[in-house]
Design a protein around this ligand. Sequence first.
Ligand code: NAD
Ligand code: 6OD
Length: 477
Amino acid sequence: MKPAHYVNGVFAPTEATFPLLSPVDGSQVGVVPEASRDVVDAAVRAARAALDGPWGRTSVEERCAFLRRIADGIEARFDEFVAAEVADTGKPRDLAATVDIPRAIGNFRAYADLAYGRPERAYPTTVPGWSGSGQALNYTVRRPLGVVAIISPWNLPLLLLTWKVAPALAAGNAVVAKPSEETPSTATLLAEVIGEAGLPDGAFNLVHGHGAGAAGEHLTSHPGVDAIAFTGASATGAAIMRNAAEHVTPLSFELGGKNPALVFADADLAEAVEGTVRSSFTHSGQICLCTERVYVQRPVFDEFVRALAERARALTGYGPMISAEHRDKVLSYYRLAVEEGATVQAGGGVPTFGDARDSGFYVEPTVLTGLPQSARAVREEIFGPVCHVAPFDDEDEAIRLANDSPYGLAATVWTTDLSRAHRVAPRVEAGIVWVNCWNLRDLRTPFGGVKASGIGREGGEYSLDFFSEPVNVCVKI
Ligand code: NAD
Ligand code: 6OD
């Protein structure tokens, strides 16, 4: 399968390409087309025409049926999707087969259920002193926003793309999507499946290419785009926002994080250690929800650090960083942390395997201690398999440390004291707080961040709200 643009129901050839490298061994595994401004224009025009054509006249029942067919189509080609995701990202097959691809299928099924079952409100209104019945009925209908641009990152390529495509289509929008330049393959397979599902031409379009000064920027600054849903780095969000300001284009942003974990002395320590191994090192830390700051109550601090470092050193079978550039960024933070005074409790370098992976983009799972809260390695998102562990004395200090960050995406609280959990969770400045668990997802719940971690919420009805506009109708009775 060769990555290709998909515009108006057709895979479009392109002359400009760039190489696709395997993160596992650095070898070239393909080429990716780079969408010019003309290709982006054509995709936006096709999306607009779809809204004016059969797609714009579909009922919610018809759209939900399309979503279910797309889910079935991905499921029917499950192994192909898994292989493509593994090839692009280098992530362990197990992760792609149990998280990425099942969740992509789940996203379409969940939004088929949610959109179909969605009630709207009505308000019977009494108007005192009005002749006639003295009553009116206000009710709300929702209409799609129009042409929506969806821009997604490389870490969970299909999961995060479909997380937005499914509700956008369910709400009746026409989509122009641009996946990350690092991970074009499952998006291309998705376009094939969408074509096979019979979606009207132009309802879903796909363009590939880079972000700044390229396809991503052409798309998000396009005057024909009615809304932008973006997942990626906070700095990219700021750049997109500057372009979107020109046309006052509405946006939904899921951005970076520097997520804290709070481990109280009353926690089940073994569970907290295992939970932190998962939350810091799953997908080699390349998930926006991963824990990079761990605060541990002083009586159990030494024991926790010892156990976490031991588990980190024992990890095997982990995947690489997505690119040489990202590996270098993560390693630069490993070096910076040491310059800033960190003690390296585990990892801190590049592993050697004695095989082709030595040419890949791997870094070691790393546990640091000893940094002040002001250190850049404690404040800035690294997006690799690394966490810094620091002690705290009481609940107030734990909350103060957790909140002392420009970010506010997700937090994890480990305690066996239920009252404490309920006290602490709402005081943490984050969009999502997990207690004694991590990344346990229910797709109906609000998902997103505060501060530099995002704007708005997605998930369940929150996504359907973003991707539609309420229109109030007032009828005099
Ligand atoms: P990125 O911001 O570099 O790129 C994301 C997407 O934006 C890519 O498709 C890229 O081509 C495009 N892009 C880049 N510059 C652009 C521009 N100027 N205009 C338009 N599009 C542009 O992010 P990444 O490196 O792919 O992903 C890692 C980042 O994403 C991390 O910061 C991580 O925390 C964040 N992230 C957040 C969430 C969340 O749900 N909050 C989820 C996953 C990743
Ligand atoms: O689980 C999700 O719905 C979601 N949006 C996850 C984001 C992970 C960030 O890398």
